[in-house]
Ligand binder design. Structure first.
Ligand SMILES: [Zn+2]
Length: 58
């Protein structure tokens, strides 16, 4: 996806964009949204099948 700049953090929660160098990171090294606090962690804590469940078909 060429629309995503590797040096820019785009928050999926509040749709803010900021340079990756100007955003905070958590103890695990994942970027944190400076606006809403969204953590770009691959495993969101406490989200049992909140997103996409393993599709058993298509
Ligand atoms: Zn955000």
């Amino acid at each position: 996806m060429s629309t995503e700049n590797a040096a820019t953090f785009d928050c999926p929660e509040c749709d803010v964009s900021a340079p990756s160098t100007s955003v905070p990171y958590d103890s695990l090294g994942y970027v944190l949204c400076p606006v809403c606090g969204y953590a770009a962690s691959p495993n969101a804590e406490g989200s049992p099948s909140a997103g996409r469940s393993p599709s058993a078909g298509d």
